[in-house]
Ligand binder design. Structure first.
Ligand code: BG6
Length: 504
């Protein structure tokens, strides 16, 4: 993202090695993104894709399997010529971290392939596996020397989410990886950073002169970050029941939004500076005691209801979910940031599944104008001033302000000024992973999480994790699928004299 010549720079020749090549993530996101990059002529000149299959699979079979996935998940009609060009790059190699010898063989086969394809020894290892695979795979790659940067070639490790399940496990994983590679070789993916509307938060704040002077506690009353989903837990019962809404969404996706909104202006638009400012603001989130965490949070679990035309059963009757589960499918938190810009400005975060609407947005609520001047007019209240960054499905920016209602008396009403991306820009349909994968190949890690950010995120949510675990059933709210969440989430704000922004 950092480079001005983004659209034209071709990545260095390299080998793109995928662990988990037959998995969902590869089919849904990785291959469709590589296809889109191929269509835009943004893949390296000399390139090979190595699919690591645990049980072994002939290359031809893997190509067929990937083509099938591509036809299903590509974001645009698949053109035979482009697909052929891409799939010609694919080779299957067998390796399993449980069988260390297989990594010695992987090394020699990969080196031969690299020599054949003249990729220059640059390698990207993409860990598209369940998290339990991250450390064992990296350990084996390290042991056989595949991660060592030598001979002028780069070696990169792309790690998918979730990165740890709490502070201790995230630290342990960072420690383990950092024994094998240096920080600049690790690309921790958070797919939120691949979204144009998320990247635009930086541009909105720092490429315009009018927002930054009022972007502080003197003018902003509070910030709301909302990620609401209509989908229930579906077939992910076993993962989700061990994870819950907080771990699944907050330290990663919601904190990406928070850090972009709350960070100090970076002096330069480069990966180190931007990531340092993001890490700094995450580290400034006030760490709450468990008692404070209980007071400043709401967790809920959905019960049967209807979303649109379809009925959804109780969360607890989802396949692979414990019938007595206390896992939250909804979380709302109140956080504060201990620095000069934000002291006293609450950040309210909420996220949940099986809600009536799909909505991801950041709403900045400005302080109310003094009312005194209107006290001798028919105006009873002023509408709230919001700047709303719509991430999904509304992609755009809305400014809400008061205006005079035409007529002989002074009356006011709240109106909105709206910018919609689609009115101005015609983007090709994309997965959102293209930028991330492209950035891994050109070595720009601005849109990836650094170890310190990941740990600061977990540190801030850890008291909530602990407090909720101890509380068990106690305090767990229920909400009907298709509703707008537990009523207690509204109370989290009303007790502060505030309310969640209603959808337009
Ligand atoms: C994933 C979570 O990381 O993000 C899912 O594991 C969630 O549970 C998804 O549905 C939300 O992503 P998006 O882009 O649809 O907001």
């Amino acid at each position: 993202m950092a480079n001005g010549s983004y659209e034209y720079q071709k990545p260095d020749s390299c080998a793109f090695v995928i662990f988990g090549v037959t998995g969902d993530l590869t089919h849904r996101l990785v291959m469709p993104s590589l296809y889109n990059l191929a269509a835009a002529n943004l893949l390296p000149e000399r390139f090979c894709i190595v699919g690591i299959a645990r049980g072994g699979m002939p290359s031809e079979k893997l190509r067929e399997n990937l083509l099938e996935g591509l036809r299903k998940f590509a974001t645009r009609p698949v053109e035979d010529e482009i697909a052929k060009r891409l799939l010609q790059c694919v080779t299957s190699i067998e390796a399993d971290p449980k069988d260390p010898d297989s990594f010695d063989q992987l090394k020699s086969r990969l080196e031969k392939l690299e020599a054949n394809r003249e990729t220059g020894g640059n390698r990207l290892f993409y860990l598209a596996t369940p998290p339990s695979g991250f450390a064992p795979i990296a350990r084996q790659l390290g042991r056989v020397g595949l991660l060592r940067e030598d001979g002028g070639a780069w070696r990169r490790l792309v790690v998918e989410k979730p990165f740890g399940t709490d502070l201790a496990s995230a630290k342990a994983l960072n420690d383990e990886l950092l024994k094998l590679v240096t920080e600049h070789q690790i690309y921790r993916i958070d797919h939120y950073l691949g979204k144009e509307t998320v990247q635009n938060i930086l541009v909105l704040r720092f490429a315009n002169g009018m927002f930054e002077p009022i972007w502080n506690r003197h003018h902003i009353d509070h910030v709301q970050i909302t990620v609401e989903e209509k989908l229930g837990v579906g077939t992910r019962g076993s993962f989700y029941d061990a994870t819950g809404a907080l771990r699944d969404m907050v330290p990663n996706h919601l904190f990406q939004l928070l850090s972009l909104v709350a960070m100090e202006p970076p002096a330069r638009f480069d990966a180190h500076t931007v990531r340092s400012e993001k890490a700094e603001v995450l580290a400034a989130i006030q760490i709450q005691s468990e008692a404070e965490a209980l007071q400043n949070s709401v967790r809920g679990q959905y019960i049967a209801g209807r979303i649109g035309d379809s009925g959804l059963p109780d969360y607890r009757s989802t396949r692979d979910v414990n019938p007595e589960s206390t896992t939250e499918t909804y979380a709302a938190l109140k956080l504060t940031i201990d620095n000069w810009r934000w002291a006293g400005v609450p950040f309210y975060l909420r996220t949940g599944k099986a809600l009536g609407l799909k909505r991801t947005e950041v709403a900045i609520k400005f302080r109310q104008a003094p009312f005194a001047m209107f006290s001798c007019t028919p105006v009873e209240t002023l509408a709230e001033n919001y700047l709303v960054m719509g991430i999904e499905p509304t992609q755009g920016i809305t400014l809400q302000f008061n205006t005079k209602v035409p007529g002989p008396t002074v009356r006011t009403d709240g109106v909105q000024m709206k910018f919609n991306y689609k009115d101005y820009f015609q983007a090709e349909p994309a997965t959102g992973y293209e930028t991330l994968i492209y950035d891994c190949m050109i070595g720009d890690n601005m849109l990836f999480q650094r170890a310190d950010s990941v740990e600061a995120g977990w540190k801030a949510v850890q008291p909530f994790i602990e407090a909720w675990k101890k509380a068990g059933h106690h305090g767990l709210q229920t909400y009907t699928a298709g509703s707008d969440g537990p009523t207690a989430a509204a109370e989290l704000l009303t007790r502060d004299g505030r309310s969640w922004r209603k959808l337009d």
